[in-house]
Write a protein that binds this ligand. Structure first.
Ligand SMILES: CC(=O)N[C@H]1[C@@H](OP(=O)(O)OP(=O)(O)OC[C@H]2O[C@@H](n3ccc(=O)[nH]c3=O)[C@H](O)[C@@H]2O)O[C@H](CO)[C@@H](O)[C@@H]1O
Ligand SMILES: C=C(OP(=O)(O)O)C(=O)O
Length: 420
């Protein structure tokens, strides 16, 4: 159980490269199962969730290797279609095995996935979609078994533009017979990245990034080399850290267009931001001002994954900011921890009213989930005194060596390794 000790009050300065996107790499790693041969993935971040995905792929019989940021997966030796409950529970992305195993091997047995505890997070859209593609679904003893000789294309409408369901169904439909149309599809950049990966393997997919995706099933897919897109949530977190502490930072390997609304809101709060093709310059010299309203929504709306980190920044903005969380019903767990540091936040159902304070003070706080943890790190960097962040394993799911990245920008942050 590691902890982070942060001595707040240092300006952040320097240049840092953003690593590849966890939420793009995970479905793409699962999609390698669809190919007949070895896929080579570049810029795969070194994160806990990626380790778990490699562990699952190996347990199914695939051959996986990692050398720095390059991961290879050869699925030709897969002999197992059951993902053990213990592995399913380790992360939400274990659900991505469902589509590829079912489509390629005609069967899959999984249990309910784990992941950040930010809401109920059912998998009903995934199951309804697989059923529409012709799968027989049997639920018993905590496991879900799906079978189909060959999936058949169909018209699927998602009741909500679920990122994971859109991805799972795209992977399943890639090898189905006939045409699949996914209506009300999610439009996140990670959906486009997965579609680009599948297309490079020979899949026929159009409309990714729009709300209707059309997939013409093909008989086989080829192994490929593919580079994962930069992580927009890590980039956004670093931008927010600079907004909170002040300073002057250049982010490299970013796609500023993926952070549209986040950068707009930060400019409203008084942060200076310049964007280039694959770089962002952030500078904050003036005091922060409150923001009328932030409401999380599916892309291109405000990303729920940056709601907690943005709230940490707004605790220090002059005036009252209003933040509504519409995507997940329990994603305000950071509020009570920020309050320990002196933040003035009131929550009414799914809306938080953040009255800016002149300073936060260091305290002992615990990360309850990945992005709540990132919010506490940001608050700690800006606070007066020492902040101890417990439960760092949540943060390690999504940020590669967070303390080293922040140290390179001048932060005083140390990790303490504890055996238990
Ligand atoms: C690995 C990954 O990419 N994770 C991201 C993905 O999670 P994930 O794919 O789990 O998120 P979804 O877009 O599916 O969830 C959005 C909403 O739909 C609900 N829902 C979803 C599926 C379903 O079958 N039934 C259902 O009711 C969820 O409970 C939630 O309220 O998108 C989220 C929303 O941008 C992000 O916060 C996560 O970081
Ligand atoms: C919620 C997240 O991850 P997951 O969907 O893997 O739980 C996240 O990346 O913020």
């Amino acid at each position: 159980m590691d902890t982070l000790a942060i001595e707040g009050g240092k300006l952040l300065q320097g240049t840092v490269r953003v690593h590849g996107a966890k939420n793009a790499a995970l479905p793409i790693m699962a999609a390698t199962l669809l190919a007949d041969g070895e896929c080579i993935l570049e810029d795969v971040p070194d994160l806990k969730d990626i380790d778990v995905m490699m562990e699952i792929l190996s347990s199914l019989g695939a051959v996986t290797t990692r050398s720095d940021a390059i991961v290879t997966v050869d699925a030709t030796t897969i002999h197992q279609h059951l993902v053990q409950d213990e592995m399913m529970r380790k992360m939400r992305s274990s659900i991505f095995l469902m589509g590829p195993l079912l489509s390629k091997f005609g069967q899959v047995r999984i249990s309910k996935p784990g992941g950040c505890t930010i809401g109920t997070r059912p998998i009903d859209f995934h199951l309804k979609g697989m059923k529409a593609l012709g799968a027989e679904i049997i639920e018993a003893n905590g496991y879900v078994e799906c079978r189909a000789k060959r999936l058949q294309g169909n018209h699927i409408y998602l009741d909500y533009p679920s990122v994971g369901a859109t991805e799972n169904l795209m992977m399943a439909a890639a090898l189905a017979e006939g045409t699949t149309i996914i209506g009300n599809a999610a439009r996140e950049p990670e959906i486009v990245d997965l579609a680009n990966f599948l297309r490079s393997m020979g899949a026929s997919i159009s409309g990714a990034g729009e709300d209707t995706i059309v997939i013409e099933g093909v008989d086989t897919l080829q192994p490929v080399n593919y580079r994962i897109i930069p992580d927009r949530i890590v980039a956004g977190t670093l931008v927010l850290a600079v907004a909170a502490t002040g300073g002057d930072v250049e982010l490299q390997n970013v796609r500023p267009q993926h952070l549209g609304v986040v950068l707009t809101k930060l400019r409203e709060a008084g942060v200076e931001i310049r964007t280039y093709m694959d770089r962002i310059l952030i500078r904050r010299r003036r005091p922060l001002t409150a923001i009328d309203r932030i409401q999380t929504a599916p892309y291109p709306g405000f990303p729920t994954d940056l709601q907690a980190p943005f709230m940490a920044v707004l605790t220090l903005a002059k005036g009252t900011s209003v933040i509504s969380e519409t995507v997940f019903e329990e994603r305000f767990k950071h509020v009570s921890e920020l309050q320990r540091m002196g933040a003035n936040i009131k929550v009414d159902l799914r809306t938080a009213f953040v009255q800016g304070v002149s300073k936060l003070t260091g305290a002992s706080v615990a990360a309850t989930d990945l992005r709540a943890g990132a919010a506490l790190v940001i608050a700690g960097l800006a606070a007066e005194g020492t902040t101890i962040v417990e439960q760092v394993h949540h943060i390690d799911r999504g940020y590669q060596q967070i303390e080293q990245v922040l140290q390179s920008l001048g932060a005083s942050i140390q990790r303490t390794y504890r055996k238990w």
